[in-house]
Design a protein around this ligand. Structure first.
Ligand SMILES: NC(=O)c1ccc[n+]([C@@H]2O[C@H](COP(=O)([O-])OP(=O)(O)OC[C@H]3O[C@@H](n4cnc5c(N)ncnc54)[C@H](O)[C@@H]3O)[C@@H](O)[C@H]2O)c1
Length: 319
């Protein structure tokens, strides 16, 4: 791999991926519409000739084809990553996730690019009964986002079969860490900055989730890309343990140095339609290849809260 084509490189995980690819000596073409991403996440590479940023929407197939010329490996990370907003607009996940993935695959076919690394999600499992959940668990779709990611996986698999491509698809649990721009930790810090006396928590707070630090996440998928040799390689990426949403709130209150915060629960065993009360994935398949997460769930949450508190500008940018 010498010339990487990255989508979503101005986003949270994509920007860490770009740091890693440049450090490894690759050239990177990054496509980002700035729908949720920010230029600041890659600004420390300004002037580096190995990084080319293209600001357009992946909905434009001709532009995707143009930007992909000369690349040998695709890292497709751009997506609507906000599960809840799918309920407001049922076309959103189909257009932003499935159509855009088709455009990336079609451009690969035209340029004869063979390798794609894809950011899928634990959301493809929907409501589960088996924990930790293995990759081959039966899947019941409970969100448009999860359905769109599973559709993307299916399209990628079909392109691999038809055109001799290879794929590495990763079902992430919630990823946290520096530059974290959405999700429960982000929401709690935001709410507590606005009102340090009380915190609204969606659900009953007993939802149990796994969180993975972004460095472990990038290490995990780069490791698998290097070592897994199949045509279609599907992996869970998560942490060994889980934490309740109430405990996440406790940690953030501690990190902010607050006392006596009242937690107001909206009630029910899930935060919203499509939320899973438990997310805990089996990471055995990736461990067999020699990868292990290094940063624990609680430490990941703490580092995220510290970064958000030191970088409050992100709340204005992502408003
Ligand atoms: N962060 C998590 O906890 C998590 C968990 C599971 C899966 N994922 C997946 O990982 C990937 C990255 O997530 P993230 O947390 O970095 O999200 P993010 O919102 O920070 O990054 C997504 C990036 O894609 C860009 N983008 C979105 N639609 C685009 C389009 N049509 N054309 C061009 N650019 C577009 C955005 O501007 C943004 O920079 C996503 O595919 C997401 O679904 C993330």
């Amino acid at each position: 791999m010498k010339d990487a084509f990255v989508t979503g490189g101005c986003g949270f995980i994509g920007s860490h991926l770009i740091d890693r690819l440049l450090a490894d000596g690759c050239s990177v073409s990054n496509v980002d519409s700035l729908a949720t991403g920010v230029k600041e996440y890659v600004a420390h590479h300004d002037g580096n000739k190995s990084l080319k940023n293209h600001y357009f929407d992946l909905k434009d197939l001709a532009k995707v084809e143009g930007a992909m010329a000369g690349c040998d490996t695709v890292f497709h990370f751009a997506a609507n990553a906000d599960i809840r907003r799918g309920l407001d607009d049922t076309f959103r996940d189909l257009e932003r996730n499935v159509i855009t993935t088709y455009n990336v695959l079609e451009s690969m076919r035209k340029h004869d690019v063979k390798d794609i690394v894809f950011a899928s999600s634990a959301a493809v499992y929907g409501d589960q009964k088996t924990f930790p959940t293995p990759e081959d668990a039966p899947k019941t779709q409970t969100s448009f986002y999860g359905a769109s990611k599973l559709s993307c996986e299916a399209f990628i698999e079909a392109f691999c079969e038809a055109y001799g491509m290879r794929s590495w698809m990763f079902r992430f649990v919630s990823v946290v860490g520096e530059r974290h721009p959405h999700g429960v930790t982000y929401d709690f810090v935001k709410k507590l900055l606005a009102n340090p006396r009380e915190l609204e928590i969606f659900g009953d707070g007993r939802q149990r989730k796994s969180f993975l630090h972004v460095q472990d996440c990038v290490d995990g998928f780069m490791h698998a890309h290097k070592h897994a040799k199949g045509k279609v390689n599907v992996f869970n990426i998560g942490n060994v343990d889980t934490i309740t949403v109430s405990r996440v709130a406790d940690i953030i209150v501690e990190e902010m140095g607050l006392k006596g915060v009242r937690f107001n629960y909206t009630g029910g065993d899930r935060g919203w339609i499509g939320d899973a009360p438990v997310v805990h994935l089996s990471i055995q398949r990736l461990r067999v290849l020699g990868w292990e997460p290094k940063i624990g769930v609680e430490e990941g949450i703490r580092r995220t809260a510290r970064w958000l508190l030191a970088n409050k500008w992100i709340y204005d940018k992502r408003r």
